[in-house]
Design a protein around this ligand. Structure first.
Ligand code: 5AD
Ligand code: SF4
Length: 351
């Protein structure tokens, strides 16, 4: 109790929290959580304002070369049909996003080398030439040269979640990779001037509050511009099918503490949280979140991008989703942003 109060007071005064203090906040009971959420909401208001940024996500390929234990797109999952959108199909989805008023498109896929560096660079260039849009890429771990080519083609941002900052847990749940390489990629991205996003899953088997504290500390150290925090959800066609899902309460606490530790970051109300709890979006927006990422993947393939089951956004049409978002934002007196929603502070190097 004492620890919680001290840590919260320190966070409110803008001081940097240490490991123990972050853990004390993450351990908040139900009443303390309300205080924590209130503090995170205020810091969000003071540092990034009331606007909510809408980013259209286009999931253009569900092929993946990796075999992450938690993910439905893992290469050994032969029970899902695989798809790849053509350049034309991707550009149509981008056009639709712009017509609906979006100022950012997020192009996401599994780690699919079918799209080589040149193809992606050309795609980014075409989008930037045709539309008044910020472009975020989320294509996994690639070489520094690839990241450089895409940055030079005009990509503004890159999302690459660390997933967990626990090196041992990382090597178990992501058997194809290691944490050093992942962190290296994040450093390259920062250095190349991308607004860089990381993030984690809450409730992974074997994870503790100390692990979540490390997650937050790593994101603070990397000085990321964005952080996606969502619950782990077991997928029936993966080795983690019998594991328990992450809890909504702990996910919200992690989001709130991340807001306190990274006051300027863009933090989405994640689709995974909305999948876990119907009120997820509203709850997240009230404890630190300031971004929503509606799904603009074409209807014909959208149900095949099943990283976890019952993904909240697979059925809803973009127009209907936007109406619901607009109603929620009106209720919360949180205006949708009209600009690109770039990070407040300039990222690393720029071209
Ligand atoms: N539960 C929650 N999130 C998941 N992701 C992948 N699989 C799961 C799961 N089972 C998230 C990861 C990844 C993003 C594409 O989806 O955080 O970065
Ligand atoms: Fe592939 Fe990413 Fe899923 Fe891992 S989390 S299997 S890299 S899509």
């Amino acid at each position: 109790m004492h620890n919680f109060k001290n840590a919260l007071a320190k966070a409110k005064s803008g001081e940097m929290l240490n490991r123990q203090e972050i853990c004390a906040l993450l351990a908040a009971g139900p009443e303390e959580s309300e205080e924590l959420f209130g503090a995170a909401d205020r810091v969000r208001h003071d540092h990034v304002g009331d606007e909510v940024h809408l980013r259209a996500i286009i999931e253009f390929s569900n092929y993946c070369r990796k075999n992450c234990l938690y993910c439905g797109l893992r290469r050994d999952n032969h029970s899902i049909p695989r798809y790849r959108l053509t350049e034309q199909e991707i550009l149509e989805a981008v056009k639709k996003a712009r017509e609906l008023g979006f100022r950012t498109v997020v192009l996401q896929s599994g780690e699919d080398l079918y799209y080589d560096a040149k193809t992606i660079a050309k795609l980014v260039e075409t989008i930037k030439n045709r539309h008044d849009l910020a472009v975020t890429l989320s294509l996994g771990e690639r070489s520094r040269e690839d990241y450089l080519a895409w940055r030079e083609a005009g990509a503004d941002r890159y999302l690459l979640k660390q997933e967990t900052a626990d090196e041992h847990l990382f090597s178990i749940i992501k058997p194809d990779g290691n944490m050093q390489q992942r962190v290296q990629c994040l450093q390259w991205l920062k250095d190349l001037g991308y607004q860089t996003g990381s993030g984690n899953m809450v409730g992974l088997p074997g994870q503790t509050l100390a692990t979540l504290a490390e997650d937050i500390i790593l994101m603070r150290k990397l000085d990321v511009e964005m952080a996606g925090i969502g619950p782990f959800l077991p997928h029936p066609a993966t080795p983690l099918k019998a594991a328990a899902p992450g809890s909504p309460a702990l996910t919200l606490k992690t989001l709130a503490v991340t807001r306190l530790c990274l006051p300027q970051a863009h933090l989405p109300a994640t689709t995974s949280l909305c999948t876990l709890t119907p009120d997820g979006r509203k709850l997240a927006l009230n404890c630190g979140a300031n971004v929503i990422m509606p799904n603009l993947t074409p209807a014909g393939v959208r149900d095949k991008y099943l990283i976890y089951p019952q993904k909240a956004d697979i059925i809803e049409k973009p127009e209907a989703a936007l109406n619901n978002i607009q109603a929620l934002l009106t209720e919360l007196a949180r205006p949708p942003a009209q600009d690109y929603g770039h990070a407040k502070k300039p990222p690393g190097r720029s071209f």
